[in-house]
Design a protein around this ligand. Structure first.
Ligand code: G
Ligand code: G
Ligand code: MN
Ligand code: NA
Length: 254
């Protein structure tokens, strides 16, 4: 109840902030994208991470207005980077299954893209395996409409659920994100290396782009580059940072 009452206030009192974690092209080192990750800057408790409030936001439905706000912030950051001469930087937002219970989800995203004048492919949606595999027909229709708007669709946390690459052909997915649990024990764990290299190869055969998350070491990076993983994200490059900090650090990217 504490979190619920205060979360309502957080949204109206500007206590929420979107942090952005850079995604780099593993071939060139260039900044290609960002993942938007919500933070709650509580006036007394300090910074609260999403694992402590996203589930409450989902249960109370607050995730619906919060998600729209995150989408708008994400569009603005991409525009801001373009204005600073960074070219096209895709910004990804996470969508939880609860957000698909909103009949206005697709309409509101279309309106935000239009109002912020962002080319639709620059907004990426990170979807969960359970949404696609266990979702209703209605959910799958919404996903198809989002794809038809021209958005980029990514499957998040790939490998942790029940998906297989054959399922991916059925859904209009552009990108898969290999879950960081497969990355963290590279190069010690032979099985994780086999799985990761096989996922990259099969994804490429299906014309999907591959992002590896949770890259923390140079050895992991070398392995992923050797196997032609397209994009990387992780503490080795950057933690999630505020948009202000991101802009200050832009010169570090080629
Ligand atoms: O930033 P961090 O690694 O603590 O994020 C933890 C989890 O919270 C991640 O799984 C992420 O998908 C989820 N999350 C972060 N921001 C958002 C958001 O804006 N919307 C939704 N639905 N989930 C988010
Ligand atoms: O579930 P999702 O993939 O959306 O969650 C992303 C989460 O992963 C964020 O909470 C982010 O802070 C975290 N994260 C990002 N990079 C790394 C990393 O290199 N190591 C670890 N341990 N966590 C990371
Ligand atoms: Mn994610
Ligand atoms: Na993930």
């Amino acid at each position: 109840l504490f979190v619920e009452n205060n979360l309502r206030r957080a949204l109206t009192q500007n206590e929420l902030e979107v942090y952005y974690q850079p995604k780099l092209c593993l071939k060139t080192g260039q900044l290609t994208g960002l993942e938007a990750l919500l933070r709650w800057l509580h006036p007394e408790k300090g910074m609260i991470n999403p694992d402590q409030f996203i589930s409450v936001a989902e249960e109370t439905g607050l995730i619906i207005p919060i998600g729209k706000w995150v989408a708008r912030q994400a569009c603005r950051v991409s525009q801001e980077l373009a204005a600073l001469g960074m070219g096209e930087v895709q910004v990804a937002i996470n969508l939880s299954p609860k957000q698909f219970t909103d009949p206005d989800l697709v309409g509101s995203i279309a309106a935000i893209l239009d109002e912020e004048q962002l080319p639709p492919h620059l907004l990426e949606l990170e979807l969960t395996e359970s949404l696609l595999l266990e979702g209703t027909d209605d959910t799958r229709q919404q996903v198809a409409r989002l794809k038809a708007l021209g958005l980029t669709l990514a499957m998040d946390d790939f490998g942790t659920g029940y998906s297989s690459l054959s399922y991916l052909k059925k859904f209009p997915i552009d990108v898969i994100k290999i879950d960081r649990s497969f990355i963290k024990d590279i190069p010690e764990n032979q099985d994780d290396m086999e799985i990761t290299s096989a996922v990259i190869a099969m994804a490429h055969n299906l014309k999907l782009k591959v992002v590896a998350e949770g890259i923390e070491t140079a050895a992991q990076l070398a392995f992923l580059r050797r196997h032609k993983c397209d994009v990387g994200q992780g503490y080795l490059f950057d933690r999630p940072i505020s948009s202000r900090e991101l802009i200050e650090r832009l010169r570090r990217y080629p």
